[in-house]
Design a protein around this ligand. Structure first.
Ligand code: NI
Length: 267
């Protein structure tokens, strides 16, 4: 368990890099070029189920001074999201999305409810809830695949549960890379796959935010009946631009985030 915000981030990072060891390799290859990494934000996924929703994932962060500052909606993916920040510009932002179950099929809601029903109140209230992984018996692979057909997001959450879906490198703080294109070129030369849905760089200087990400690595997951490789977690990169008053834009751009969600699609 964690006893400070730093330790909470440490726990999340350990779980994240254990899920996909490729993340540590990406991190290290950026650092080995002479950069120091600062996190822009960390993202989580959940269901809008009454026992789970965004507020439950946010609870430990709120304890450390995080406040809700922005709300976003992703119509096609049936998602809504909230972003949280502290007053300290050095703390990463926290971006939490949730699937709107009332908009999903009966099959999906029944399947999700069968998972959620296995979670106790105690588990949700525990300080480590946001990094507790899947708190349910695994689904069969065919149920996962059927979920994937309807909602990649629901399938991913059923397999990986509660954990950081991605960390995000703030490019502004990198010494050796000036923008997303520059960093993407380097990562591709190292053999890492970049998400190209909607173009490799999402957003423009006019939006005050440019984002890109790797494609989630296929990782073995133990389903009820077999072990299968499925997309796990990915790494994101963000460059922020100054507003008229000179301060860096701190929000998110929904149309860009919409494409970033697809980093956990099967490529
Ligand atoms: Ni993100």
């Amino acid at each position: 368990m964690h006893s400070s915000l730093n330790e909470l981030y440490q726990k999340l990072w350990e779980q994240y890099t254990q899920t996909s060891p490729e993340i540590q390799l990406i991190h290290d290859s950026i650092v080995n070029k002479g950069n120091t990494i600062v996190n822009d934000h960390i993202a989580f996924r959940t269901f809008n189920h009454k026992n789970l929703g965004i507020k439950n994932i946010a609870a430990p962060f709120i304890k450390y001074g995080y406040k809700e500052v922005g709300q976003y909606n992703f119509e096609n993916k049936k998602l809504s999201a909230v972003h949280f920040e502290t007053n300290n510009a050095c703390d990463p932002k926290v971006f939490i999305s949730e699937l709107q179950l009332e908009k999903c099929s009966e099959f999906l809601t029944k399947t999700v409810n069968s998972l959620v029903d296995q979670i106790t109140d105690e588990q949700v209230k525990a300080p480590q809830f946001c990094y507790s992984g899947p708190l349910w018996e695994p689904l069969t692979y065919s149920t996962y695949a059927q979920l994937y057909e309807e909602s990649e997001y629901a399938a991913w959450l059923s397999a990986f549960g509660f954990c950081a879906n991605h960390f995000t490198v703030l490019i502004n703080e990198l010494k050796e890379f000036s923008d997303n294109n520059d960093l993407n070129t380097f990562l591709k030369s190292k053999g890492f796959k970049i998400n190209s849905s909607g173009g490799e760089v999402k957003g423009t200087k006019k939006d005050f935010l440019e984002q890109s990400s790797t494609m989630a690595k296929m990782t073995p997951v133990k389903f009820r009946d077999q072990i299968k490789n499925v997309p796990s977690v990915y790494y994101e990169f963000a460059k922020r631009y100054p507003l008229k008053d000179g301060s860096l834009f701190q929000g998110f751009v929904a149309s860009s985030a919409d494409k970033i969600f697809e980093s956990t699609n099967k490529s």
